[in-house]
Ligand binder design. Structure first.
Ligand SMILES: [Cu+2]
Length: 442
């Protein structure tokens, strides 16, 4: 009898402890999100776009051009001056033979990955206005600041605003190389390296570069960072500060939760909501990613947000309401369906302009006319290594998991999770009871 009571008490304690733990994680994410948004809104260091820069940003969105459907196109409203708007937009609408497919970063071929890295690098080093110290890449960082886009975060406009911003960013990359599309970082792959995330092969020299401190390896090493707010704390160039806590990245359990969301309202209000969940990766990567005002300086921002956009695309597939029209009343100020999706403008066929509204971000046309998605590795049920279709992934327990880079800790003795760059073969090194990935020349 005494044993049964003791067992019952133990079970209760377990339920209470694990239950609270879950609540605490959820609460943290909502709280952290509010903190991040507060800090983002307090950034008063406004950088105005020059007329040439407005022109450049405008011409990236040429939807409706030559389509004869009068759908109009989106433009950027210059703050403080509106000159130069709409000029230089004489490209005809690109005719796709087939829809560009956004894939997982780990599903890119070597040449696709190189092209993607190169396009980002070039965008970072190209200036539409040589009199400014903002490169074309930096213009997008400025777009994401609270002075440009006061309602991009903290409410219902979040998903649509970022979808539209990604769309323009992708067009900017395609001007450099028309075969490049955005790709996404499925961070549910990292859950097995939860307490040593910097070991993941995506943070290697031939992938996204190191994640601990200043980025000194990889294609974005020493990327320039601007503005006082982003330079403080000795961050003189692109910096990361990875948090080795698996709670912050997406987990397979998160995907199962998203599968239960059937309305736009659920996605925005259930705790932790879609936006709060996305903040986890910002915190997990740390460094510049931690602050909303500076986050897009890190190219991981675009890979992460493309995954957020992918997840939204999935939710919209099983949404029981109309994904284009369901939009609740009583949202936070600036987040209403007909509020402007600032600073993006909609240019009508007669040349007049009106603000692009938040509801426009819910249009199906993005994913039916501009791009589509390939299934995320987190959705693959694998039985062999090749099912995961990536040299950065291996299959274990019917799930694809992230391989670790050289020096990364292995699970047990097996080298199956050890990734080595071309010309090297995986091996292992023992330290104490642990085995680590070691790459040997072929
Ligand atoms: Cu954002």
């Amino acid at each position: 009898m005494l044993f049964k009571i003791a067992l019952l008490v133990l079970v209760c304690v377990f339920i209470i402890v694990t239950g609270f733990e879950d609540d605490e994680t959820d609460l943290d994410k909502m709280k952290i999100m509010e903190e991040m948004i507060k800090e983002w809104k307090s950034d008063n260091d406004e950088i105005k776009f020059t007329p040439t820069q407005i022109s450049y940003l405008n011409h990236l969105d040429n939807r409706g051009r030559g389509s004869g459907r009068g759908r109009g196109r989106g433009n950027v409203r210059g703050r403080g001056n509106g000159q130069g708007r709409g000029k230089g937009n004489n490209r005809s609408k690109r005719q796709y033979e087939y829809l560009p497919v956004r894939k997982a970063y780990r599903h890119l071929s070597d040449s696709e990955r190189k092209d993607f890295h190169d396009a980002i690098y070039q965008l970072k080093h190209t200036f539409s206005d040589p009199t400014s110290d903002l490169s074309n890449y930096d213009l997008f960082v400025n777009l994401h600041r609270s002075n440009s886009a006061p309602y991009a975060h903290g409410g219902h406009a979040f998903a649509g605003w970022h979808r539209h911003c990604l769309y323009r960013f992708e067009k900017a990359l395609q001007e450099i190389n028309e075969d490049v599309t955005l790709c996404y970082l499925d961070t549910t792959m990292e859950y097995n390296v939860g307490d040593r995330l910097e070991d993941s092969a995506i943070f290697g020299p031939d992938t996204l570069g190191n994640a601990d401190g200043k980025v000194v390896t990889g294609p974005f090493a020493h990327f320039k960072v601007l503005w006082e707010t982003c330079l403080k704390n000795n961050r003189t160039s692109l910096s990361r500060n990875i948090q080795n806590d698996g709670r912050f990245f997406y987990s397979p359990a998160d995907l199962r939760i998203f599968d239960t969301w059937n309305t736009f309202e659920e996605m925005n209000t259930l705790r932790p909501n879609f936006e709060a969940e996305h903040d986890g990766v910002h915190i997990g990567i740390g460094g510049h990613m931690l602050e909303i005002a500076c986050a897009p300086f890190d190219p991981i921002f675009w890979l992460h947000h493309t995954f957020v956009d992918y997840l939204w695309w999935e939710i919209r597939q099983h949404q029981t309401t109309d994904p284009e029209t369901e939009y609740p009343n009583g949202t936070r100020p600036g987040h209403g369906r007909d509020d402007p999706m600032s600073p993006f403008m909609l240019e009508l066929d007669d040349g007049s302009e009106q603000p692009l509204t938040n509801i426009a971000g819910l249009s199906n046309s993005y994913t039916t006319e501009e791009y589509t998605y390939q299934q995320a590795p987190g959705r693959i049920v694998c039985s062999t290594y090749s099912d995961c279709r990536s040299k950065f992934l291996y299959c274990s327990g019917r799930r694809c998991r992230a391989k670790v880079r050289e020096g990364g800790q292995l699970e047990g003795r097996s080298t199956v999770s050890c990734y080595c760059p071309p010309g090297f073969i995986p091996g292992r090194r023992r330290r104490g009871r642990q085995y680590y990935c070691r790459c040997r020349p072929r």
